[in-house]
Design a protein around this ligand. Sequence first.
Ligand code: GDP
Length: 313
Amino acid sequence: MILAQLPRLHLSIFAKSHFSLASSHFNLINPNPPVKLAKTLFSSLATVEPVPLPVSDSSHLEDAPMEIPLDKLFIPPETDISGDDPSRLAARILKGSNIVLSKYARDAQVVQADYVKSSVRTEDCPADGLPEFALVGRSNVGKSSLLNSLVKRKRLALTSKKPGKTQCINHFRINDNWYLVDLPGYGYASAPHELKKDWNKFTKDYFLNRSTLVSVFLLVDASLPAKQIDLDYASWLGQNQVPMTMVFTKCDKRKKKKNGGKRPEENIKEFQDLIQGFFETTPPWIMTSSVTNQGRDEILLHMAQLRNYWLKH
Ligand code: GDP
């Protein structure tokens, strides 16, 4: 069952509500907002009392909450939000994400993590039928740091960086009942064309043919403007209906750069705007930082709800 493709439930009941998210907290901007359904993910970087600000000086908006319209929430299957008033619904959304929690969100803790094997072909991957989540992203996006942070082990992901393993499908067994899978980073400028083509081929084969793959977690660096290669990757996953969660990394890098660099929230909004045409329904997304551990527990809870649903169906 492809979770990301399932229809949203009962959205019309809340069609006029917006929920406001900040990286560390939720704010309900207005329980009875004016009749206006924003088309984009974050309708604005709203403050409770909006003050017009010069574009060049928005640094004091660092912790300003963001709004998410209801039709941009990820509502897992078998999840009914029609009985929730706005504050109750806001409490059910994972911090710094668009993900609503379902009854399947349990058993999220990682107590054990072991490297199992590195495979070069999908058919060589573990055959025990356990559910798995694949981490993928541009090289340097923070994939190893995130993997280490998820399993609370400083050096586990180094295994994937050992010579001969960087281009492999690396399986890590968690709690003896599911896998985290580290896929090769893409976008190495210096990699020979033929090698790039080959990586593409085998990761695409893995995405399309790995029957125990519950969801791909596509890592995108939130401290940089959207990159074409990440947009292409998201587009390919969307077109091929591969379930995907977007993980925005390095969300602690909040300082506006002198050269006009944008804050993570602005880059995330831009990325969402650019990919919205690739998907029938908004995929789940979440903000993270391996420096502050922002999003760590939330990712694990999201993985748990996807996994428990997958196991039951
Ligand atoms: P990988 O190549 O995708 O595995 O990326 P790494 O995990 O090796 O990280 C690449 C660089 O980004 C390293 O210098 C990390 O210290 C840094 N980095 C990774 N995650 C974060 C993060 O959440 N915040 C910040 N500020 N830096 C990070």
